[in-house]
Write a protein that binds this ligand. Structure first.
Ligand SMILES: [Fe+2]
Ligand SMILES: [Fe+2]
Length: 205
C-alpha cells in the first residue's frame, strides 16, 4: 500500500490537479467542531458505501474480500473522530449536504455497460480517498495543535492506502488502459468541482 512520507508530493502520488484552498486549514483550526463533524460523517459514508458495493457486487470475490476489512477500518475511523469530539467537549453536529460528493456522483456514468458503472464507482471512491488524503496531509502539517497534527497524519496514511486499493480493484476488473484514460477524465472533472465549491465544500455557483 502507498505510504506518504513528510516530503512526498501529493500531486505526483495522487494525481490531484489542484491543492485544497489553504484557507481550509485555518478554517479547520477555527472551527474544530465543524471539521470533526464533517470528518466523522465522511468516515461513516466511506463505511456504508463499502457495504453497498459489497451488496451490489457480491459476485466479485476480490472486491468483497478487500472491501470487507475497509468497512471495519472506516467505522473505526468514525469512532476515533467521535471520541475526539467527546474528549474535547464538542458535539457531533448534523450531517451537512456534501456538494463535493454530490458533484462527483453527478459525474458518474449512470448507464452503459455494467463495467463502465463499476469503473466509475471505483474511481469515485478513489477520488474521495485521494482528496481526503490530501486534506488530512494539510491538516497534519498546518494545524497548531501537535496532537491533532499526528492524529491527522494517521488518517492521511490510511486514506492513501484506500485510494490505491480502489485503483487496483478497478484495474483487476477492467483493462488498465481504460482505467487510466477514465481516471484522467475524473481528475479533470474534479478541477471544475474544486473551483465551484468553497473550502468547506459548499457550492459557490
Ligand atoms: Fe477513513
Ligand atoms: Fe478511506
Amino acid at each position: 500500500m502507498t505510504e506518504l512520507n513528510e516530503n512526498s508530493d501529493v500531486k505526483n502520488i495522487l494525481g490531484l490537479q489542484l491543492p485544497t484552498d489553504p484557507r481550509w486549514v485555518d478554517l479547520a483550526a477555527i472551527s474544530l467542531e465543524d471539521i470533526l463533524t464533517d470528518h466523522a460523517y465522511c468516515e461513516q459514508k466511506a463505511a456504508t458505501t463499502c457495504i453497498s458495493l459489497i451488496q451490489k457486487y457480491s459476485d466479485k470475490e476480490l472486491l468483497v474480500k478487500e472491501l470487507a476489512p475497509i468497512v471495519t477500518e472506516e467505522w473505526g475511523h468514525f469512532r476515533l473522530v467521535l471520541q475526539e469530539l467527546h474528549k474535547r467537549g464538542l458535539q457531533l453536529g448534523k450531517q451537512r449536504r456534501d456538494e463535493y460528493v454530490n458533484e462527483l456522483l453527478a459525474f458518474q456514468k449512470k448507464d452503459g455497460h455494467p463495467d463502465d458503472r463499476l469503473l466509475d464507482r471505483m474511481l469515485t471512491m478513489a477520488m474521495i480517498e485521494a482528496r481526503s488524503c490530501e486534506r488530512f496531509k494539510r491538516l497534519s502539517e498546518g494545524l497548531p495543535d501537535e496532537y491533532l497534527r499526528k492524529f491527522y497524519r494517521r488518517f492521511m496514511e490510511s486514506e492513501a492506502g484506500h485510494y490505491r486499493l480502489f485503483i487496483e480493484l478497478a484495474e483487476h476488473y477492467i483493462d488498465k488502459e481504460k482505467v487510466r484514460a477514465r481516471w484522467k477524465e475524473w481528475l479533470e472533472a474534479e478541477v471544475g468541482i474544486m473551483q465551484r465549491i468553497t473550502p468547506r465544500g459548499d457550492r459557490i455557483h
